[in-house]
Design a protein around this ligand. Structure first.
Ligand SMILES: NC(=[NH2+])NCCC[C@H](N)C(=O)O
Length: 428
């Protein structure tokens, strides 16, 4: 293994665009094929995915990461599969037991308590299958977890601190038990365990709502999925325990189309963002700047200082001291903006500053990226001609990934990735 690989720490995310070294994904499997007309709404799918094709699209995304990261990956490789991490964690009987206990606790309405002993007695493979598909060798059943595809929402890493999400919907709540089990029991996370940020059970928070601007600044959406309590609990933990000094809370409409902040706002370069103009460009006092206030003395928690700011742009410019270019998702036409936002045009994933991947179908978004100086290439061309040389260069490149099946799940490349390590060489 090259030296840089062993040197990379187990967890380190220094910004949204810092070069990617290791990422967790989930290639759709058996659980996706269990989405049917009768349960799709409950499972948060607007349509059924053609699973074979979705798997191929996803495999291209994985190849792209492997090509771009090359040998710079952290220990264990560039791309980790969530399902493997869970299966490896289940090798320990403690992990299996605490997973079952977490399910019982997180989903009281499902009455898994009645089968607790049987579930705890399942071996690692059987419990793994039950966790993903809801199917067990006896009379209990749970809902399948097709949304595992969107690994982003399970957790967020800020610096070297992992935050465990607490999913807002019943369909996704078992995912919180999965990620909790992985962080608590998988040997890979042994060193990060003491830095784990866990939230009080009465709040909700999903990773798609948190963006790491730099070591001192994070943005958090207060959304359909992340409650005000969730924002404040994450803010408190970050301000108390990490290098973060500024939390910018963005108040979003509580609607499905913009369920997380990353559905309307992502970073394409250190100073360039792709934005959904109707929500992000109009100033309307929808940003709250949160900082640590005075110590209270005694054991009481430290106070917050909060003040409203008119817009995302003003908030970012004020706390970072730099200026930003906003590229409109869908270009200038309001209808195309809405159509392309719906198919995740604003949900780009940056592999390094200025190298992004999105869904090819969002053509007006790519035209806007081209106008901002990005070379637009297909995923095949990227893999054939660019690969790791492109990752190392300074060129601005926007890769078009075929995602006609994947996009039916209402999530784009950023939603499908949970970076564990992203940092510049100088940071290792
Ligand atoms: N980070 C994101 N924007 N994730 C999108 C998740 C989509 C998923 N079907 C859901 O409704 O939960």
């Amino acid at each position: 293994m090259p030296e840089s690989a062993t040197a990379a720490p187990p967890l380190q995310v220094s910004s949204e665009t810092a070069p990617l070294r290791q990422v967790v994904v989930h290639t759709p499997g058996e659980e996706m094929a269990l989405v049917a007309p009768g349960n799709k709404d409950e499972l948060l799918f607007d349509d059924l995915l053609f699973v074979e094709e979705a798997r191929e699209e996803h495999a291209t995304l994985v190849r792209l990461f492997e090509a771009a990261i090359g040998d710079a990956g952290a220990e264990g490789g560039a791309v980790l599969q969530l399902s493997d991490l869970l299966r490896e964690a289940f090798d320990g009987a403690d992990a299996r037991e605490s997973f079952v206990e977490a399910l019982v606790e997180l989903l009281p309405e499902r009455n898994f308590e009645a089968y607790e002993a049987e579930l705890k007695a399942l071996g690692p493979d059987a419990l793994h299958r039950f966790a993903l598909t809801g199917q067990a060798p006896f009379a209990v059943s749970a809902t399948p977890l097709p949304n595992l595809l969107f690994t982003r929402d399970l957790s967020a890493v800020v610096g070297d601190h992992p935050i465990l999400s607490l999913a807002a919907t019943a369909a996704r709540r078992p995912e919180s038990a999965i990620i909790r089990t992985i962080y608590h029991h998988h040997p890979r996370f042994a060193a990060a365990r003491e830095r784990l940020i866990e939230l009080p059970e009465d709040v909700t928070f999903e990773g798609g709502d948190l963006l790491v601007v730099n070591e001192r600044v994070v943005m958090i959406g207060q959304s359909e999925r992340t409650s005000l309590g969730g924002v404040l609990a994450v803010a408190r933990a970050l301000l108390d325990r990490t290098s973060v000094e500024h939390v910018l809370m963005v108040n979003l409409p509580k609607e499905r189309y913009c369920m997380h902040l990353d559905t309307v706002f992502t970073f394409a370069d250190d100073d360039t963002c792709v934005v959904f103009p109707p929500i992000i460009e109009e100033p309307r006092d929808h940003v709250l700047h949160i900082e640590a206030g005075a110590e209270r003395g005694g054991d009481g928690p430290r106070e917050f200082r909060m003040r409203p700011l008119p817009s995302v742009r003003e908030a970012l410019e004020e706390v970072t001291g730099r200026s930003y270019t906003f590229i409109p998702c869908g270009g200038a036409d309001p209808i195309r903006q809405r159509r392309e936002q719906w198919t995740d045009g604003a949900n780009l994933f940056a592999v390094r500053p200025g190298l992004v991947v999105g869904y090819a179908r969002n053509r007006a978004t790519y035209e806007a990226l081209a106008r901002a100086g990005f070379h637009v290439v297909s995923a095949d061309d990227f893999l054939g001609f660019y690969g790791d040389a492109a990752a190392a260069s300074q060129d601005r490149i926007a890769v078009r990934l075929s995602g006609n099946e994947l996009s039916r799940g209402r999530g784009g490349p950023r939603c499908m990735t949970m970076p564990l390590v992203r940092m510049r060489n100088s940071e290792s």
